[in-house]
Design a protein around this ligand. Structure first.
Ligand code: RIB
Ligand code: CA
Length: 312
């Protein structure tokens, strides 16, 4: 079976970095490109971090593009308090040598979806949906050509992590999220409801370190840094590895379960801006538009992740 073609849209971020490593380590996937977006940290850092991670994976030929540096309509909100000043705080990392592609990420997304056979490219957004929404608004013809969108974002039972009501990726650009969720493209959502079940533990982090490889050490040190915020906030033993859930779903969907429901985005209320209003219990007649994932086999997830990182 030929590898599944994907575009990873990302705002690295330690958890994005682990997701990119997982994708680049997996022969089932053909990473056509990595498109950076402003989110955890500003764009000039997310594109730099994306290149650092591709080099760490031993894949310096990966095509990395810079995309949108601000949300569609709102001021950028970043998350240095979680990811550190560079967005990849934890281990010391060398500046990337591989070059950034000249084309804008949005142009790359549009051209790739127009050039590849329809229904053969999956979009994997791991950050705010600004690049994806901009591409859909600029070239509506590409929406029906998307095979599937598998994204990390939103929350229902877990409610918010950046505000009491909203998850960070959706909150940063709720207008972009509304465009994507209403696009009609087939969407699988990895909300906090499931990513908060993909929690690191000491044993799981040590398993990365014990690989004895540079990528294994990096994943352990990124997690050591990244998890301090969630442990303090939630009192949990470890931190949720949010973004790798997207890639793990592509590799082993049987690790996950969810429901096909209606999800709409709050784009105006100051109190609940960015909230993903999921009709999980089917109490409205609103049409289901996404598969909203609620559960994961955490041991299976970490087993897959460790085995794949070991290949780098
Ligand atoms: O809320 C978690 C999400 O926000 C993750 O994608 C993390 O990288 C940040 O972008
Ligand atoms: Ca992210």
């Amino acid at each position: 079976m030929s590898p599944r073609k994907i575009i990873i849209d990302t705002d690295p971020g330690q958890d994005d970095a682990v997701a990119i490593l997982l994708a680049l380590a997996s022969p089932e996937l053909d990473v056509l490109g990595v498109t950076a977006v402003a989110g955890n940290v500003p764009l000039h850092l997310t594109e730099r971090n994306a290149r650092i991670v591709c080099e760490l994976a031993g894949k310096p030929d990966t095509l990395v593009f810079a995309g949108c540096d601000t949300p569609l309509r709102r001021k950028l909100v970043t998350a240095e308090h979680v990811h550190g000043k560079t967005g990849l705080d934890g281990p010391q990392l060398p500046d990337p040598k591989m070059t950034l592609q000249d084309a804008h990420a949005v142009d790359f997304i549009i051209e790739t979806l127009r050039e590849e056979p329809s229904g053969t490219v999956t979009l994997c957004p791991l950050g705010p949906l600004t690049n994806i929404a901009t591409a859909f608004q600029r070239a509506p013809d590409i929406v029906e050509r998307v095979q599937e969108i598998v994204l990390m974002g939103g929350a229902y039972f877990q409610v918010g992590n950046i505000t009491p009501a909203a998850e960070f990726n959706i909150y940063v650009d709720p207008d972009a999220a509304e465009t994507v969720f209403k696009s009609g493209a087939p969407i699988v959502v990895m909300p906090l409801d499931v990513t908060h079940k993909a929690l690191t533990t000491r044993a799981r982090v040590e398993a990365f370190r014990d690989l004895g490889t540079e990528p294994g050490r990096m994943v352990a040190e990124w997690t050591d840094f990244f998890e301090r915020f969630d442990k303090e906030k939630y009192g949990s033993e470890g931190a949720p590895l949010h973004d790798p859930c997207v890639i793990a779903y592509l590799l082993q969907p049987e690790l996950f379960s969810g429901r096909h429901v209606n999800v709409e985005i709050e784009t105006s209320s100051d109190l609940t801006l960015g909230m993903t209003v999921a009709d999980w219990w089917g109490v409205t007649d609103r049409k289901a538009n996404v598969t909203f994932i609620g559960d994961v086999d955490a041991d299976g997830f970490f087993g897959l992740l460790t085995e794949r990182i070991a290949r780098l």
